[in-house]
Design a protein around this ligand. Structure first.
Ligand SMILES: [Zn+2]
Length: 59
């Protein structure tokens, strides 16, 4: 993954974030956080994991 934010071209930093959906935490994941505006990006594998976990919790 390129270390640049796709929205603002800011620099991305590796960070472990507590991912929440409707205020409910579904776990901690490695994200890339933009240091200009704070957007959080996840790589494909982690996005899939988050998706699976959220499906598991809500359906
Ligand atoms: Zn950004």
């Amino acid at each position: 993954m390129e270390n640049k934010c796709a929205l603002c071209n800011g620099k991305l930093r590796d960070k472990i974030v507590d991912y929440k959906i409707y205020e409910k935490s579904i776990g901690k994941f490695r994200a890339f956080v933009c240091n200009s505006y704070g957007e959080e990006w996840f790589d494909e594998e982690i996005s899939r994991k988050i998706e699976r976990k959220s499906n598991f919790q809500f359906f």
